[in-house]
Design a protein around this ligand. Sequence first.
Ligand code: ADP
Ligand code: MG
Length: 339
Amino acid sequence: MGKIKVLDEHVANQIAAGEVIERPSSVVKELVENSLDAGSTKVDVSIEEGGLQLIRVADNGSGIETDDCEVAFFRHATSKIASGKDLFHIRTLGFRGEALPSIAAVAKVECVTSPSADGLGRKLVIEGGSVKSFQETAASRGTDMTVRELFYNTPARLKYMKTIQTELGHISDYIYRLAMAHPQVAFTLKHNGSVLLQTLGNGDLLQVVAAVYGTAVAKAMLPVQAESADYSIAGFVSRPDMTRSNRQAITIVMNGRTIRNYAVSNAILNAYHTLLPINRYPVVALHIGMDPALVDVNVHPAKLEVRFSKEQELVRFVEDAIGSVLRGQVLIPQAGRPT
Ligand code: ADP
Ligand code: MG
C-alpha cells in the first residue's frame, strides 16, 4: 500500500484558506470583488471590530441561482471561466473559484441571495465548511453575505491578527481603492455603525477622490487623459504641492482591477521628477486600459501583482502622459498646505 493520499475537500479548503484568506481585509476583498463581478451598482460593506466579529457585504447584483448556491461554495467552482483558454481573456476580478470555500472553511457564513425581483430567495448557512441549513427566504435581488467569527476554528491564525484599528486600516484602504476603481458603483463602508465612506456611484472619479481624501485634495488634482495604440490612461494626479509622506495614496487601476506594480508607480514618480519635495509622494488615482492579452493577472492568489508583456512601453506611456500634464501647469509653490 502506498502512503500518498489525496486530501479530502475539507482539509484542502482549510489549506487554501491559509493562502487566500490572510486577514479580515482578504474576506472583504473577495466578497466585494464577487459583488462587482455580479454587475452590482450598489455595494454596502459593514464591519464590526475590524472584521473579526463580522463582515457583511450586500449587493444588488445578479444573485445566485438556487441550484448554484451550494455549488458556489465548492472548491474551484466558478461561473467566470470554463476552460484554460479563458485565462488569457480575463475580464472579471475573480476566476479561481477559491474564495467562497476558503472563507466558509474558516468562518461562519450566511448567504442570502436572489437572482430575481420577485422577493423570494435562498438562505444558506455554512460553518467551518459544513452546510448547516439551506432554505427559502424573503430576499431582494442580489446577494447579502455575512461572515462572522473569522478564524474561529483556526486559533493559530487568529493569534496573528493585529489590533482592530490595523485590520480596519487594511479594509478601508482596500475599499477606498476599489471605490476609485469603480466610480460608477455606489459604495458604503461602515465600521461599528459609523459611516467611513459613501460614494454616489455617478461615475465621477473626482467625487470619489473627494469622498476618500477630502475636498482640499480633490481641488488640488489635475486631470490626466491620453491614449496610444496599446494603452489608455485617465484620472487625476495631485499638484506637486499636495503630497503625502508615503506611496499609500497612489491608486493604479488596470482594466478595472486595482494593482500594485513597482514599474508603473515609479513611472508616475519619475514624471514628477524634481517637482516633488524629497520623501514626498503625490495623491494619484489613475485608470490604465490595455488589451488583456498584454497582462498576466494569474501571478498571485490575491491577484494584486501583475506582469506586463511590454512593460518598458507602458512605463514610457505613463511617464509621458503625466509629465505633459505637470509641465503644462504654472507651478506656484505654496507654503503650509495640508498633507
Ligand atoms: P470566483 O469569484 O473565482 O468565481 P468565488 O468562490 O469567489 O469564485 O465565487 C464562486 C461563484 O459564486 C462565482 O463564480 C459566482 O458565480 C458566485 N457568486 C459569488 N458571490 C456572488 C455575488 N455576490 N453575486 C452573484 N454571484 C456570486
Ligand atoms: Mg470571487
